[in-house]
Design a binder for this molecule. Structure first.
Ligand SMILES: *[C@@H]1O[C@H](CO)[C@@H](O)[C@H](O)[C@H]1NC(C)=O
Ligand SMILES: *[C@@H]1O[C@H](CO)[C@@H](O)[C@H](O)[C@H]1NC(C)=O
Ligand SMILES: CC(=O)N[C@H]1CO[C@H](CO)[C@@H](O)[C@@H]1O
Length: 364
């Protein structure tokens, strides 16, 4: 039996308080939560107070000194980085250099160029460390049962059921208005691509997972209509997949008609994945429209955040067992997947700035 891995959380914002702590509590038997860190003592305290119900031993750390203590603490093998999008990559690299396994919250980076430079640094780390630390990006859509079920992870089930793909549609009409807890988040208002990038990576991740194929090129128009939101607040794009199939990606950040929908139309049938609720639970409704006129509907409640956290803990345990460089971690958690989501949105935003010019998506 191996010892339970000990982890720390950096960040004490809304997502830590409302998702990380409750979801980690569900799997508290698998690891020890050693500490929670925030830049200020006040916000760290706030999060620690919530976490103490499930993790009575959790320590409160703050400021530069608290961070140095976490980095120097050899008993902490994994760290969740849940900070402002602008600072996450730098922080993740700092921890990786210290040999910590890192699960960084999405988005993987603020741009294609940032993630490209970071990946170079990450790959050069191995030489100076006794083991190669895992760098994961937390993208819960890759772990949501609805997407796992439809795609069977790399698109195989989908194509088997609906035949050759003719059209792919992603329609997002968000509701990022002043009722949303993230609306006033200051870092999201000072982020390249505004909410389109921060929210959009989820929808691109869902798309890539469903079709099981990378997006090769895009052409997009972007605009800024709602002045309460940072620009751009909507995007209309066409894209081409590496296998030649084409589709559309339309996203409005704040609308009166909340919709999140992926639809893949094939020669033998169509499948649709739509955000919804059933029996008070939030999740995804999957509808298969088949050739014989039949329609089958399944509801999958959310569990992607729990699944991805569980996977990270299991990755740390396995990596701790094999102290050589041989354990790379679960591919869906890999930073490369997060980089690919960023690359697609970066290309769409670039195309938008050039009034729809054709842009190739950077390959990772
Ligand atoms: C906005 O972000 C940039 C870095 O991306 C940073 O230099 C600047 O201080 C930030 N401004 C505010 C008001 O947060
Ligand atoms: C925000 O959007 C939601 C969903 O459309 C709606 O129920 C709510 O009333 C909106 N709030 C404001 C302040 O517009
Ligand atoms: C480019 C684009 O799609 N612009 C649209 C953004 O959303 C507003 C409100 O729905 C539309 O009026 C724009 O045409």
């Amino acid at each position: 039996m191996s010892e339970k891995p000990q982890i720390a959380i950096l960040g004490a914002g809304i997502f830590v308080r409302t998702q990380y702590i409750p979801r980690l509590s569900e799997i508290s038997n698998l690891f020890l939560l050693k500490s929670i860190w925030s830049r200020t003592q006040e916000s760290a305290r706030e999060a620690v107070k919530i976490a103490q119900k499930s993790f009575p031993e959790v320590e409160c750390k703050w400021g530069d000194a608290g961070l140095d203590e976490i980095i120097a603490d050899a008993s902490i093998s994994g760290v969740a980085v849940v900070l402002a999008g602008q600072t996450q990559v730098e922080m993740s690299l700092r921890l990786l250099r210290a040999g910590k396994h890192v699960l960084q919250e999405k988005p993987a980076a603020s741009s294609n160029s940032e993630v490209e430079a970071a990946l170079l640094q990450y790959s050069s780390l191995g030489a100076n460390l006794p083991h190669h630390p895992i760098w994961g990006v937390a993208e819960n859509y890759r772990f949501e049962p609805a997407f796992v079920e439809v795609s069977s992870y790399r698109g195989k089930k989908l194509v088997a059921e609906i035949g050759d793909i003719m059209s792919v549609q992603v329609i997002v009409e968000g509701s990022m208005n002043s009722s949303n807890p993230y609306f006033s988040s200051s870092w999201r208002r000072n982020f390249t691509g505004g909410f389109i990038l921060d929210m959009g990576v989820h929808f691109v991740a869902g798309l890539r997972m469903l079709v099981g194929c990378e997006i090769a090129s895009v052409s997009a128009f972007t605009s800024h209509v709602d002045s309460t939101l940072p620009p751009p607040d909507n995007i209309s794009s066409v894209f081409q997949l590496e296998n030649g199939h084409t589709g559309i990606f339309v996203m409005v950040v704040s609308s009166r008609s909340p919709t999140i929908l992926w639809k893949v139309v094939g020669l033998k049938g169509t499948v649709q994945v739509e955000r919804g609720t059933e029996d008070g639970k939030h999740g995804y409704t999957v509808t298969w429209f088949m050739g014989d006129g039949q329609r089958k509907t399944f509801f999958y409640p959310f569990s992607g955040v729990t699944e991805e956290l569980k996977t990270f803990i299991s990755d740390i345990s396995q990596a701790n067992l094999k102290k050589d460089h041989s354990y790379g971690g679960e591919p869906r958690l890999s930073v490369i997947e997060g980089a690919r989501d960023i690359a697609v949105l970066d290309a769409m935003l670039q195309s938008g700035q050039k009034h729809g010019a054709f842009v190739q998506v950077n390959k990772f």
